[in-house]
Design a protein around this ligand. Structure first.
Ligand code: RB5
Length: 146
C-alpha cells in the first residue's frame, strides 16, 4: 500500500515506530512529519498529509499528535477526508468496515490498551462492507456542504 503520514511534536516516537512497521511489511510511506520535538502546529501537519493524499495514488493516510484529537479534527475539516481517531483494535476495524475512513489518527502521548501497531494492522486488514454503510457515508459527506 501507499501511505502518507505526518505528525507533530507530540507523536515523534510513535510515528517513527509506525513508519518502521509499515516499511518492514513492504508498504511505501511518504513521510511529511517532523522527527524532532520542537513545537509545530498540528493543523499545518494535517493539511500537509491531506493535501498530499488528495493528489491521488495513496491508499490511506495517518496523522498523529499528542492526543490524536487536534490533528484528526483538523484533517476532518478538509473536503473528502474521513479521519478516524482510533482507540483500539475494535474501533480500527469498524473505521474501515463501516466508515471507510481514508485517514486514521493516533496520539503519541496516549496509553492504548492495544499496541498501536496492532490497531493499525486491524485497520489495514479490514474491508469496507459497503451497502447501508455506503448510504451513511454518502449522507456524512453531504454534510460538507452545510
Ligand atoms: C501539542 O502540545 C498538543 O496539543 C498536540 O499534540 C495535540 O495533542 C492536540 O490535540
Amino acid at each position: 500500500m501507499n501511505i502518507v503520514i505526518a505528525n507533530d511534536h507530540g507523536a515523534v516516537e510513535l510515528t517513527a515506530r509506525i513508519i518502521k512497521h509499515l516499511e518492514d511489511a513492504g508498504h511505501t510511506v511518504k513521510y511529511l512529519g517532523i522527527d524532532h520535538e520542537e513545537s509545530v502546529d498540528y493543523p499545518d501537519q494535517a493539511e500537509k498529509a491531506c493535501s498530499e493524499f488528495k493528489k491521488g495514488g495513496y491508499d490511506f493516510g495517518i496523522v498523529n499528535c499528542g492526543t490524536g484529537i487536534g490533528i484528526s479534527l483538523s484533517a476532518n475539516k478538509i473536503k473528502g477526508i474521513r479521519c478516524a481517531l482510533v482507540q483500539d483494535i475494535y474501533s480500527a476495524e469498524k473505521a474501515k468496515q463501516h466508515n471507510n475512513a481514508n485517514f486514521i489518527a493516533f496520539g503519541g502521548r496516549v496509553e492504548y490498551k492495544d499496541d498501536p501497531l496492532d490497531i493499525l494492522d486491524a485497520y489495514i486488514n479490514a474491508k469496507f462492507e459497503g451497502d447501508r454503510h455506503q448510504r451513511r457515508i454518502d449522507k456524512m459527506m453531504a454534510l460538507e456542504t452545510k
